[in-house]
Design a protein. Structure first.
Length: 318
């Protein structure tokens, strides 16, 4: 978390006297001409200059234009230099996708004016907006569901199901780590992660910033269907893990991998398990019975995760 502070322009960094503002921080929103917005579990704060010291103040303080420092174009240019380690060119492929993953696994989304040619988007120029999503590893969060995934010495083909923002990727990451490491009476397995947008392993310069386990191999920046076939051919996985399965090609690759004896651990967007059988692009694959476990993830009223486990016949196991 400390490395987040060094992303700010030097003149702002000098005024940040402590790290209290980092506690439970989820996002930092940077917009040219606007205050620096800090998001904490649905609550908003603004980085405010109070007598020469920067601190996170409550929402109402944004009404005081003199107190809330407003980001300039020069500030954003300086931040981009730090984020890209003084070489935006080295991150051109990621920029084309609209983000940069930095050391620590934090992910910087960017927006501005799109640059494109006949083949499509080539990058983003005049970058004026950034969203720094703070990486959080929640080890042990999937401990309750692991026994339901196990199938002898392997696992069932499993989908983690939830609405966006409910924690599918966080739970997927913890499942991968636990299954890769193994534990007493439970031998670890070879897992290949296809991480199209670096949201699972958060690779920086090819090295995972998140703990993925000792028997895990990661392919980042590659489309899911192509990546699954690459890993299947080259890395002899026991499990292939992938986030946000969606299109027809994804599930064709899933079926091919499953027919090769490899187990699949993935996520998909849906509000209920029944919804999977209603989605046009999923109905065919659900009827084929490829997946044997569905883990429905929701937040209860206190904000904690609740899990419901279903088998391939949609019968609830817990």
């Amino acid at each position: 978390m400390e490395n987040l502070k060094v992303l700010f322009p030097v003149h702002i960094r000098k005024k940040i006297k402590n790290n209290l503002w980092l506690n439970d921080l989820e996002e930092i929103r940077i917009r040219a001409g606007q205050p620096i917005e800090l998001a904490y579990s649905g609550k908003t704060r603004y980085l405010t200059d109070m007598d020469g010291e920067m601190c996170a103040c409550v929402r109402e303080s944004v009404q005081n234009a003199r107190a809330c420092y407003r980001i300039t174009g020069a500030d954003i240019a300086e931040m981009l230099s730090y984020i890209s380690e003084y070489s935006l060119y080295a991150y051109q492929e990621e920029l084309r996708q609209g983000y940069i993953t930095i050391e620590g696994g934090h992910r910087v989304g960017i927006a501005g004016e799109i640059a494109k040619d006949r083949e499509g988007i080539t990058g983003i120029k005049y970058i004026s907006f950034m969203n720094i999503r703070v990486a959080h590893e929640k080890k042990g969060c999937a401990e309750k569901i692991l026994p339901f995934l196990k199938d002898g010495e392997s696992i069932y083909n499993t989908l983690l199901v939830s609405k966006p923002g409910a924690g599918k990727t966080t739970c997927l990451r913890d499942c991968i780590r636990s299954l890769s490491n193994g534990k007493e009476g439970w031998e670890g397995m070879k897992i290949c992660v296809v991480d199209e947008r670096s949201e699972i392993a958060a690779c920086h310069l090819g090295i995972p910033q998140n703990d993925m386990g000792i028997r895990t191999d990661v392919l980042s920046g590659c489309g899911k269907s192509e990546g699954m076939m690459l890993m299947l051919r080259s890395m002899s996985p026991q499990i292939i893990a992938v986030d946000e399965l969606g299109g027809k090609k994804d599930f064709q690759a899933v079926e091919q991998a499953a027919c090769s004896g490899v187990r699949i651990l993935g996520t998909v967007h849906a509000d209920t398990v029944e919804e999977l059988w209603e989605k046009p692009y999923l109905k065919k694959w659900m009827k084929r019975g490829i997946f044997e476990r569905f883990i429905l993830i929701r937040h209860n009223r206190s904000g904690e995760r609740d899990f419901q486990v279903f088998n391939g016949k949609r019968e609830q196991l817990c």
